[in-house]
Design a protein around this ligand. Structure first.
Ligand code: RP5
Length: 166
């Protein structure tokens, strides 16, 4: 099975990265977590991105805030799918990172999720791998049924509550 790389630009992004870790663990998908900065350790990022396919990765999740060039910098150097997660910052609320991540030039895409949306980055990465993995596709169907079950249970609870107040 292909691995997923979770790359964050700073140790301060770890709480966001952990959301992706939880999803990948739940789905039993192999992953690697690294801290590498497009600005502070650009050679390390370049080396990783260029070798990622040969290392057995199928998708890269890149998490960064502020002037968030990490996802785009990785996408420039690998043809693997790259998913960008903009991180919320106290000054501009993450809009800075969202725009820096999403506004890529044609031909070099970064699939950008919501601000701090690392969970959905992992779900999307799983869907990408599941296109060529029937076992993973079946696990995603199971998880979708569980999610539906949670909503239906809450619906029953809420309906019951209002019926009691008639
Ligand atoms: C980005 O700048 C990082 O991804 C982080 O979200 C933000 C702040 O980094 P630190 O100054 O906390 O290292 O490069």
């Amino acid at each position: 099975m292909k691995k997923i790389a979770i790359i964050m630009g700073s140790g301060s992004d770890l709480p966001v990265a952990e959301k992706a870790v939880s999803v990948l663990q739940k789905l039993n998908i192999p992953f690697v977590v690294r801290v590498m900065s497009a600005h502070r350790t650009p050679e390390a990022v370049a080396s990783f991105a260029r070798g990622a396919r040969d290392e057995g990765f199928g998708t890269v999740i890149a998490i960064a805030g502020k002037a968030a060039h990490l996802a785009g910098f990785i996408a420039a150097q690998t043809r693997l799918p790259v998913i960008g997660v903009p991180v919320k910052s106290p000054d501009l609320g993450g809009l800075d990172a969202l725009l820096a991540t999403v506004q890529m030039p044609s031909g070099v895409p970064v699939a950008t999720v919501a601000i701090d949306g690392a969970a959905n980055a992992a779900w999307l990465a799983a869907r990408i791998l599941a296109a060529a993995d029937d076992g993973l596709a079946a696990r995603l169907e199971d998880e979708a049924r569980l999610m539906a079950g949670d909503v239906e249970a809450k619906d029953r609870e809420v309906r019951g509550k209002w019926e009691e107040q008639k």
